[in-house]
Design a protein around this ligand. Structure first.
Ligand code: NAD
Ligand code: MG
Length: 380
């Protein structure tokens, strides 16, 4: 029996993780955590009967405690609660399906408690990869990618000698605005940006896909996960989202992972530590698909990708600034306080003002995050 704690159980990745658990007898949920949706969390507690539940919002935690006092589930709240859940004794694996840099501290706690990490929360690796990866090595835990691109690379690397990798090819759908130019993006509405052509995901990552910030974050995520330099990572636009990513080897072979766009596959692959199990669902039908096409990413229009590359090359604390500015900008865009293109402007401005700290500790990262948030809030 593999025992699982899920950080962010009420979100897109979280609910799909629970779906996988409910389909497999040898998986058991022992802990659940969410931000504030206690109605859904209560339902999940009644179905999966975890030992521990954590709610980010302290008031909501109290309310949930009342609601589930007839169950065996203990309820905790706030960051302390998330940290407790991450390190809980009963679990073998922690799924980090929370959104944003708030995932850094719980991920570190989970690793220190010896938990394997099924990592969806890319913001943690982007900003603290230099802490997370060595720590995972020190504690002998595995960082198992949930993101579909990284899972595809993980699957393509299975059984291969890492020294024979020549480059990683990360595929991108291009998002809902592929083919558009800057002038077409002036008046983009929130509803338009929330319509992803191929994947149904949480709001933040959906906006990130439209700006191509998501692809930028994924390049940085891949750098840390697979230990490959930036100049050996290439982004290829593949609008049908059928090829989930590829690896080119030194003999010229390219190994790719294909499938219908269904996040449950990478989630399940991560939960089983890279072992294949049955998963029902639609299969790829090549005759029906007809063709798979490729393009270069439009880096002039969709600045999320080149800005991320700049941040990664600058290194140190710069990816934190890139990520924090983006998190704030996306929140403002979702609140309809800024336009779509202002997201790029805010990131560029924040990066331009920052002086890089070479090897930031977790506290430095969280402090810089707060400073970036405050500066943007005072201006917009
Ligand atoms: P989502 O917005 O659907 O869900 C986020 C979850 O985090 C929710 O359960 C929410 O309650 C929880 N949360 C938010 N703030 C919290 C807090 N303060 N305390 C405790 N819990 C909190 O997001 P998502 O789309 O599932 O994405 C989660 C992560 O996975 C992100 O880092 C995203 O980039 C990554 N990811 C998602 C997908 C996808 O298909 N959705 C694919 C690849 C990677
Ligand atoms: Mg992805």
């Amino acid at each position: 029996m593999k025992k699982i704690a899920v950080l962010g159980s009420t979100g897109s990745i979280g609910t799909q993780t629970l779906d996988i658990v409910s389909k497999n007898q040898d998986l058991q949920v022992v802990g659940l955590a969410a931000g504030s949706n206690i109605k859904m969390l209560e339902e999940q507690i009644r179905i999966f009967q975890p030992r521990l539940a954590a709610v980010g919002d302290e008031e909501k935690a109290k309310e949930l405690k009342e609601r589930v006092k007839d169950t065996k589930c203990r309820v905790t709240g706030g960051m302390e609660g998330l940290l407790e859940l991450a390190a809980m004794e009963e679990s073998d694996i922690l799924v980090t399906a929370i959104v944003g840099m708030i995932g850094i501290r719980p991920t570190i706690e989970g690793i220190k408690a010896g938990k394997d990490i099924a990592l969806a929360n890319k913001e943690t690796l982007v900003t603290a990869g230099h802490i997370i990866m060595p720590l995972a090595k020190e504690y002998g835990v595995r960082i198992l990618p949930v993101d579909s691109e990284h899972s595809a690379i993980f699957q393509s690397l299975n059984g291969e000698n890492p020294d024979t990798v020549s480059k990683l090819l990360i595929t991108a759908s291009g998002g809902p605005f592929r083919g558009k130019k800057t002038e077409d993006l002036q008046n983009i509405r929130v509803e338009d940006a929330l319509k992803h052509p191929n994947w149904a995901m949480g709001q933040k990552i959906t906006i990130d896909s439209a700006t191509l910030v998501n692809k930028g974050l994924e390049v940085m995520e891949a750098k840390w996960l697979f230990g490959v330099d930036l100049d050996r990572i290439q982004v290829v636009v593949q609008p049908q989202s059928v090829i989930h990513s590829m690896v080119e080897f030194t003999d010229g072979s390219i190994i790719a992972q294909l499938g219908t766009p269904d996040m449950r596959l990478p989630i399940q692959y991560a939960l089983y530590g890279g072992e294949r199990k049955f998963l029902g669902g639609e299969r790829l039908d090549f005759a029906k698909l007809g063709s798979i096409t490729f393009e270069e990413p439009d880096m002039e229009t969709f600045k999320g990708l080149p800005l991320a590359m700049d941040a990664s090359r600058a290194g140190g604390s710069m990816p934190t600034v890139f990520n924090a500015a983006n998190e704030k900008a996306v929140a403002l865009f979702l609140q309809r306080k800024i336009g779509f293109l202002d997201i790029y402007r805010i990131i560029e401005e924040a990066m331009g003002e920052h002086e890089v700290i070479a090897d930031p500790a977790a506290e430095d990262i969280l402090q810089i995050e707060q400073e970036v948030y405050n500066r943007i809030e005072s201006r917009w």
